[in-house]
Design a protein around this ligand. Sequence first.
Ligand code: SF4
Ligand code: SF4
Length: 69
Amino acid sequence: MGKLIIDYEKCKGCSMCVVACPKKILEIDKKTLNLKGYNPVEIIDREACISCAMCATMCPDSVITIDKD
Ligand code: SF4
Ligand code: SF4
């Protein structure tokens, strides 16, 4: 199973990955602001991730990568 890597500082909180995730384990973190002033996405259940890469595919800013080691 690949590891999900989120480049929080590049995220603009658009929620496209949140909508795309079939496991519904991505959320916008309303309590955090990144350096750009956006609430970044966070993964709420890493164990449930199936590494489908739907989130990475949907993200317009290449914030998410899957490390398939
Ligand atoms: S890789 Fe798939 S299951 Fe994992 S967070 Fe992204 S969309 Fe969701
Ligand atoms: S699609 Fe990309 S920019 Fe939009 S919330 Fe998800 S990670 Fe952030």
